[in-house]
Design a protein around this ligand. Structure first.
Ligand code: FMN
Length: 321
């Protein structure tokens, strides 16, 4: 799988997830075998670029892997400006968000709401492609509601305008995250264009990954929610795709060391106050399937100091061993 000059080591991408795919999480997923990780979206509104949140999202210092930065907005000129700005900040690929159904994004008529306006899609995509020399990719849903699955039409527009890879989430905007993702539209899109297509939606196991790749004919797959609290899913899927077998499971000690390293990295990246809060969310995901973990979480969530968070995790792991 190749995007412009960038060759992915494996056709396995981390989906952009605002509030999740920050630099520590992307780094971890890449370490676990993902071929590329798309950053959290950046608004195209220049008024927010100097906010603490945006400055942190733009911070790619020491980032491993290919730096793909997602931008969101509906004004072609502002999107072009945002693309240029993010390339100046170190983006090696610009990804355009037309997949997000979030109200915050759609109220401003961006994200997947744009799929209703193919002419505007064309204007935005053309403006961004012309604005930068790096590859531009696009992320869409299959349409805006089940009666209007215009993904194939949008994909053709994207290809004509110079988009170099297209990620498709197998739901419409109206579906939000309900029901099951469908892969027929992704398959139809793959057959309609020659640019690489990345299939996304509900991929949560090695077998599902194999099935979606085979069924859609897509060049790669993208995984979002299944990686929350389970970044080693990339290792499992990669091994299965390459060898056709399941790898030996990660040793519990390694898994636990990784969770502590992740929490430590969050403290370093966000600082004490924010780092502690964000670590609670990730630890919640890591422990969600364990009864002991559920009891431990209420104690963990009451801790406000980074060192104490790490100590209590250590203690918890020692207790369950
Ligand atoms: C918490 C969260 C935040 C998300 N943020 C974005 C975003 O910023 N940009 C985007 O294109 N998609 C976003 N998505 C959608 C995901 O990229 C992905 O398309 C979706 O979750 C379906 O894939 P999955 O079933 O593997 O999770 C988000 C999803 C979640 C759950």
């Amino acid at each position: 799988m190749q995007i412009g000059p960038y060759k992915l080591s494996t056709p396995l991408l981390v989906a952009p997830m605002a509030g999740v795919t920050d630099r520590p999480f992307r780094t971890l997923c890449l370490r676990m075998g993902a071929g590329m990780a798309v950053s959290e979206m950046m608004s195209s509104n220049p008024r927010v670029w100097q906010s603490e949140k945006s400055l942190r999202r733009m911070d790619h210092a020491g980032e491993t892997g290919i730096r793909s930065v997602q931008i969101a907005g509906a004004d072609p000129e502002l999107m072009a400006e945002a693309a240029r700005f993010n390339v100046d900040q170190g983006a090696q690929i610009i990804d355009i968000n037309m997949g997000c159904p979030a109200k915050k994004v759609n109220k401003k008529m961006a994200g997947s709401a744009l799929l209703q306006y193919p002419q505007l899609v064309q204007e935005i995509v053309s403006a961004v492609v012309k604005a930068v020399t790096v590859p531009v990719t696009l992320k869409i849903r299959t349409g805006w509601d089940p009666d209007h699955r215009n993904g194939v039409h949008i994909a053709r527009i994207a290809q004509e305008c110079g988009i170099q890879a297209l990620a498709v989430h197998g739901r419409t905007r109206a579906c939000m995250y309900r029901g099951e993702a469908e892969y027929d539209t992704i398959r139809a899109i793959k057959q309609a264009v020659s640019i690489p297509v990345i299939a996304n939606g509900d991929i949560d196991s090695p077998e599902k990954a194999r099935f979606v790749l085979d069924y859609t004919g897509a060049d790669a797959i993208m995984i979002g929610r299944a990686a929350q609290g389970r970044p080693w899913i990339f290792r499992e899927i990669r091994h299965y795709l390459e060898q056709g077998t399941h790898p030996v499971p990660l040793h519990k000690d390694l898994e636990q060391a990784m969770i502590r390293e992740h929490v430590d990295a969050l403290h370093a990246f966000y600082g004490e106050v924010m780092g502690v809060r964000i670590a609670r969310k990730h630890v919640g995901w890591y422990l969600k399937d364990s009864d002991a973990g559920r009891d431990f979480r209420s104690d963990f969530n009451a801790i406000n100091e980074p060192e104490l968070q790490l100590d209590s995790l250590q203690q918890y792991f020692a207790n369950i061993a």
